[in-house]
Design a protein around this ligand. Structure first.
Ligand SMILES: [Zn+2]
Length: 343
């Protein structure tokens, strides 16, 4: 029952959003509304496009966000496909798409950061109404999209320099057990082999920083997908993401899927360890994301520009490499490897 209550509460707000958005929006049809938010900070401006698709039948509100990191292309391309494929006549509830949250980073081809203010949008939540461009995008995404959503899905990939194993993930937020259980369920039916449960230790007033952690903090069913890597579009990862979203929409009875739900054996990774770069240099490694590694195993080396060995990197524990830096340059303090451990 708890889940029904929070879903119904959100629907009331969504009607308000649709009404107040009409002034600055373009209606594609009576059920599809495109809006471009313009954010300003002094001379700098940025845009954030949003498409709302209202189903013929009532139902929950599901937000799908891509491009918080503008160099992570498979999520952006998958979201394009999903948006075009939705028929409002078959939809129960409301879909809110943010197909390109960080437009300046996308067109500026900038990994991680918005080139206007050099800030990471996925480190900026809850955002600020009168902050820098990135802080304003976070604020707008939170107040215009997240606050009215029952489900919040933030789609990412390995960035320009990251080699990544596809996985679905959620926060183990025990303050909202029903929503956390629902998020885990969506991760499990996505069709991804690996599901990652992140620890959640935020206090209610702590800044969440990350978009879907913010949603989790607010008691929204929040999750993320990660598929794609190294600043490129892999068709297989686009397909994986597209199918995962359709699986989720079918699972919550919002949209029928013609394809049956994929059901690989799930490997749940409940612990993660992070290996930081000890020293700037040129990184080499024969390990790939998805490899199983043993504690103490050599993962790679860092040399200086004259070929002198600066550091040998070893695994702090056994597990599966979820992602790693996949290109030669490394800087002190960066995450070099993330290793997940099975339950
Ligand atoms: Zn990302």
């Amino acid at each position: 029952m708890q889940s029904l209550v929070f879903i119904m509460r959100k629907q009331l707000f969504t009607v308000g959003l649709l009404l107040c958005m009409f002034g600055k929006a373009t209606a594609q049809s009576s059920n599809i509304l495109d809006t471009v938010y313009t954010l300003r900070d002094g001379q700098a401006t940025a845009t954030m496009p949003v498409r709302v698709i209202k189903g013929i039948e009532p139902g929950p509100t599901f937000a799908i966000v891509a491009g918080i990191h503008g160099y992570e292309y498979p999520p952006i391309m998958a979201t394009q496909q999903i948006m075009q494929s939705i028929d409002p006549a078959k939809l129960h509830g409301i879909l809110i798409f943010v197909p390109l949250a960080n437009t300046a980073a996308f067109y500026g081809r900038t990994p991680f950061l918005n080139p206007i203010d050099q800030k990471n949008l996925n480190n900026a939540f809850p955002g600020k109404k009168k902050g820098t461009i990135t802080e304003q995008i976070a604020y707008t995404l939170r107040t215009e999209v997240m606050d009215i959503s029952d489900y919040f899905l933030d789609i990412h990939a390995g960035d320009a320099n990251e080699n990544l194993l596809p996985f679905a993930c959620f926060y183990n937020n025990t303050l909202f057990p029903a929503q956390t259980k629902a998020a885990e369920e969506l991760c499990r039916i996505a069709g991804f082999e690996y599901v990652v449960s992140y620890p959640y230790t935020l206090q209610p007033t702590d800044p969440a920083k990350y978009a879907f952690k913010q949603a989790s903090q607010q008691g929204i069913v929040a999750l993320s997908l990660e598929a794609g890597e190294l600043g490129n579009v892999q068709a297989s990862n686009v397909q994986l993401l597209q199918q995962a979203v359709m699986n989720m929409l079918q699972h919550v009875n919002m949209y029928p899927s013609s394809q049956s739900l994929a059901s690989p054996t799930i490997k749940m990774l409940r612990n993660q360890s992070y290996v930081r770069v000890p020293v700037q240099g040129i990184f080499t490694s024969s390990i790939q994301a998805g490899d199983a590694v043993q504690q103490g195993q050599t993962l790679g080396h860092i040399h200086d520009v004259f070929g002198k060995l600066l550091a040998t990197i070893t695994a702090p524990n056994s597990g599966i490499v979820l992602y790693k830096i996949g290109t030669p340059p490394v800087n002190e303090g960066e995450t070099l490897f993330c290793i997940g451990t099975e339950e």
